[in-house]
Write a new protein. Structure first.
Length: 486
């Protein structure tokens, strides 16, 4: 009996050892050098739930990651940097990329030194990094993993996506990283970040993909991968890689006071930008010529939509490709060039990545009907950027008055039809929705408003409806609001 117990114990121990060894083997075969041939899809096993270690991954990736040191000469300016708006308030999500060098009043001229990361794209010496790492730099030094340093030159920059391409010459022992497919990466997948946080070169951190498609307010084409892999100032521009050692993102932003929250630009976006940066030094983007807003549940109901998908056209730019194609205010764009527009944030990215001059089909919803429109994509200029109008909520609880010539002139308006909001009741649905004094109501339920009396009559007629659709003008911007009648 005792001997049987001993044999059983030995068998259990062997099974445990075998499962552990098999687990480790699965990890070691998941990483391949950059020149290795990929195994057939049917032969690739699923990665383990918890990796045994990341040593093979680090060995493959680290030689392709570089340290970037920059110097900026600054004259007659105060200390500090302006951060962009967004969910971070006044905090800079990139952290203190340039640290303090003095206390009190700054000298009249000085040098600012910063550190960032990047990675090798090819053996010709092209390095991908963030625009905010090298922007306005007077001197760039690129340090490879083997310790060799080279002068770097900015080939091209794209502030809108925060990407930049740097070139080094004379390097013969470069190790380009493999590019992955960021569309394929799934939430919960293991990822590794490599870079120089706080100047600590070749630092490897691991975590998972926390979310995809994050909009953080950094620019018009936000589509970040969120990760809890530790990212700190200095990681900017470094790669975020999957368990195959392929780059799926460019580490870009952090929440300064947060922990475990970092953001990376999807590598598929970089793939679209890099060829233009290499060829032209800048990015040429497609332009449609509309201002859009999110389709809220209230707006969807008002427009007779079954679901709140698409981008609601709040304004059409005069002479734009959209106007020439017959797109109208109030249309809901649900598909562009065969690509679905699930929400308003999708449309700017899709249009921008479309080649200038291409003839495409736009599928839209108008008055409950689905229509197709043919449009020739124009070229975006800095002052003709596709905008996103602020979304509104159901609202009422406001006072209005006639839009006189004097009021119209004071508001900088050319048209004198409509009514102007003169007051919003505190705590009312209108206040909660963000409707402000000075907003001009142009339409009620798609019907033009002439004056206060006309406005009251149109609202009274809509008493039995759940929603009243208002079309507003605020400054030079137009927007719709689905209002709940009470």
């Amino acid at each position: 009996m005792e001997r049987k117990k001993q044999i059983k114990t030995i068998l259990v121990a062997l099974l445990l050892v075998g499962s552990i060894l098999g687990f480790g083997y699965g990890m070691s075969t998941a990483i391949k050098p950059s020149n290795a041939q990929s195994a057939p899809a049917s032969a690739v096993s699923e990665p383990p739930m918890i990796p045994a270690n990341f040593t093979d991954l680090a060995r493959v990736v680290r030689p392709g990651v570089v340290n970037i040191q920059v110097v900026k000469k600054v004259k007659n300016v105060g200390f500090g940097f302006h951060s962009f708006g967004g969910p971070f308030g006044d905090k800079n999500p990139f952290g203190d990329f340039f640290g303090p060098f003095f206390e009190g009043n700054p000298p009249r001229s000085f040098e600012q030194r910063g550190v960032g990361s990047g990675f090798v794209m090819n053996r010709d010496g092209y390095i991908l990094t963030n625009n905010h790492v090298v922007e306005d730099a007077d001197q760039i030094k690129v340090k490879l993993a083997n310790g060799k340093e080279y002068d770097g030159k900015v080939v091209g920059r794209d502030p809108k996506t925060d990407l930049a391409l740097v070139k080094i010459n004379g390097a013969t022992d470069l190790h380009p990283l493999q590019m992955g497919n960021s569309d394929d990466i799934k939430v919960g997948s293991w990822v590794v970040a490599v870079g120089s946080p706080f100047g600590l070169e070749q630092t490897v951190t691991a975590g998972i993909v926390s979310a995809k498609g994050r909009v953080i307010g950094s620019g018009p084409y936000d589509d970040f991968i969120q990760t809890d892999a530790s990212i700190n100032p200095g990681n900017s521009g470094g790669p975020l890689v999957d368990m195959k050692g392929q780059v799926i993102g460019v580490n870009t932003a952090i929440i300064s006071e947060g922990k475990g929250i970092g953001f990376a630009i999807p590598i598929n976006m970089a793939k679209e930008v890099v060829p233009q940066l290499e060829e032209k030094g800048h990015v040429t983007r497609g332009w449609l010529g509309v201002s859009i807003q999110e389709v809220t549940p209230g707006l969807a109901k008002s427009f007779g939509l079954k679901e709140g998908k698409g981008a609601l056209v709040a304004q059409v730019v005069s002479g734009s490709p959209a106007e020439k194609a017959g797109i109208e205010q109030g249309d809901v764009i649900v598909q562009f060039d065969g690509k679905d527009v699930a929400s308003s944030k999708d449309l700017p990215r899709i249009v921008a990545s479309t080649p200038v001059g291409k003839e495409v089909t736009i599928k839209l919803s108008r008055d409950g009907k689905v229509l197709d429109r043919q449009v020739k994509v124009g070229e975006m200029e800095e002052k003709a950027e596709v905008g996103k109008a602020p979304s509104t909520k159901k609202s009422l609880g406001l006072t209005v008055q006639d839009l006189t010539p004097e009021i119209a002139k004071g508001l900088g308006l050319k048209k004198e039809t409509g009514v102007v909001v003169t007051g919003v009741e505190p705590g009312s649905p209108a206040a909660d929705a963000g409707i402000r004094s000075g907003d001009v109501i142009r339409e009620v339920n798609r019907k033009p408003v002439k004056d206060v009396q006309d406005f009251i009559q149109k609202v009274e007629k809509a008493k039995d409806q759940d929603n009243v659709l208002l079309f507003l003008q605020r400054g030079q911007n137009n927007m719709f609001a689905a209002v709940t009648v009470k």
